[in-house]
Design a binder for this molecule. Structure first.
Ligand code: SF4
Length: 273
C-alpha cells in the first residue's frame, strides 16, 4: 500500500469506540476481539481476490456532500452525471441555492428522484451558508474527526452514511459509510448480528476495523456485493469468503457451527449426512 496514503489515514483517530456497540456484542455473546480478527481475515481475502483499493483525494467536502445527496437511490454513473450537469449549469454553489427549484430539478434529472433531491440540496446549501458565511465546508479540514462528525450532523438530511461519505472520500478520515452492499455482505458474514440496523452496523463495523482499513473495507465490500454477494441469488459456490460465511454455507447446505463462526474459528465445511 502507498505509504503516503497509509500515513494520511493514520493521522486521524477513528471516532471513539462505541460503548453501545460493545455492549450490543456482549448481549449477543460475541467477542469484539474475535470479530476484529475475522474482519481483518475477510479483508485480506478480498484484497487477494480483487486487489487492494487505494484512497485518493477527490473533491472538496461541500462538493462531496452534494454528490452524496445525488447518489441516493441511483447508480454511481447517474449520480456523477447529475453532479456534472449541475456544476455546468450552475458553476457557483450560491447560484444553486438561489435558483428556482425547478431549474435545479431540471439540471439533476439524470440522477433520479430530482423533485426530492433538488429542494434538499438547496436547503442544505442555505444552511451551510448561514452557518459558515460562505458556500464551503473547507473549515472541516481543521477539525478532529469526532468534531467533524458532530458538526455535519447538525445539517438537515445529513445522517451517518452521508457524513461518512464526506469525511472518508473527501478528507480521508476513517469514518465508514455503510451502504446497502456493505450492510448485506457483513451481515451475511456475521460481522454484524442479523437484523442489525444500518446505523447500528455502522458503529459496530467502525469498532471492528483499524483506521487505515476504512476506505479499503468500504470499497471492497461494495465491490463484492455488486459482483458476487448479490441481494438475490448470491454466487456462494464461487465466493472466496465461503469458509468464513455462515449464510453462504447455509444456502449450500453445508454444516456449520454458528457459535464457532461468531467467534471466527470456523474452518471446516462438512456436508450434511
Ligand atoms: S458465501 Fe455467499 S452469502 Fe457469503 S459472502 Fe459469499 S456470496 Fe455472500
Amino acid at each position: 500500500m502507498d505509504l503516503q496514503i497509509v500515513n494520511k489515514l493514520n493521522t486521524h483517530e477513528s471516532p471513539s469506540p462505541d460503548k453501545a456497540a460493545r455492549e450490543f456484542l456482549e448481549e449477543k455473546g460475541l467477542s469484539l476481539e474475535e470479530l476484529k480478527a475475522k474482519a481483518l481475515r475477510v479483508s485480506r481475502i478480498l484484497d487477494d481476490f480483487y486487489g487492494r483499493p487505494l484512497w485518493y483525494e477527490r473533491r472538496d467536502p461541500l462538493s462531496e456532500l452534494v454528490l452524496t445527496f445525488l447518489s441516493q437511490a441511483t447508480s454511481d454513473t447517474n449520480s456523477h452525471r447529475a453532479f456534472e450537469s449541475l456544476r455546468s449549469r450552475f458553476p457557483d454553489w450560491a447560484e444553486v441555492a438561489e435558483a428556482p427549484t425547478e431549474a435545479v430539478v431540471d439540471a439533476i434529472r439524470s440522477g433520479g428522484l430530482a423533485n426530492q433531491k433538488a429542494p434538499r440540496i438547496q436547503a442544505v446549501l442555505r444552511e451551510i451558508h448561514s452557518t459558515e458565511g460562505e458556500y464551503s465546508l473547507d473549515r472541516l479540514h481543521g477539525f478532529s474527526t469526532e468534531d467533524a462528525v458532530v458538526y455535519l450532523k447538525q445539517f438537515h438530511g445529513v445522517g451517518p452514511k452521508t457524513l461518512a461519505c464526506v469525511l472518508l472520500f473527501s478528507m480521508g478520515r476513517p469514518v465508514l459509510p455503510v451502504d446497502t452492499h456493505v450492510h448485506r455482505v457483513t451481515t451475511r458474514l456475521r460481522l454484524v448480528p442479523p437484523r442489525t440496523s444500518a446505523d447500528r452496523a455502522h458503529s459496530l463495523l467502525q469498532t471492528l476495523i483499524p483506521p487505515y482499513e476504512t476506505y479499503a473495507f468500504h470499497v471492497r465490500f461494495i465491490r463484492h456485493g455488486r459482483r458476487i454477494c448479490h441481494s438475490q441469488k448470491p454466487e456462494c459456490p464461487v465466493c472466496p469468503l465461503l469458509e468464513e460465511c455462515p449464510e453462504g454455507q447455509r444456502r449450500l447446505g453445508l454444516s456449520f457451527d454458528e457459535e464457532e463462526s461468531a467467534k471466527g474459528i470456523n474452518s471446516k465445511l462438512k456436508t450434511h449426512n
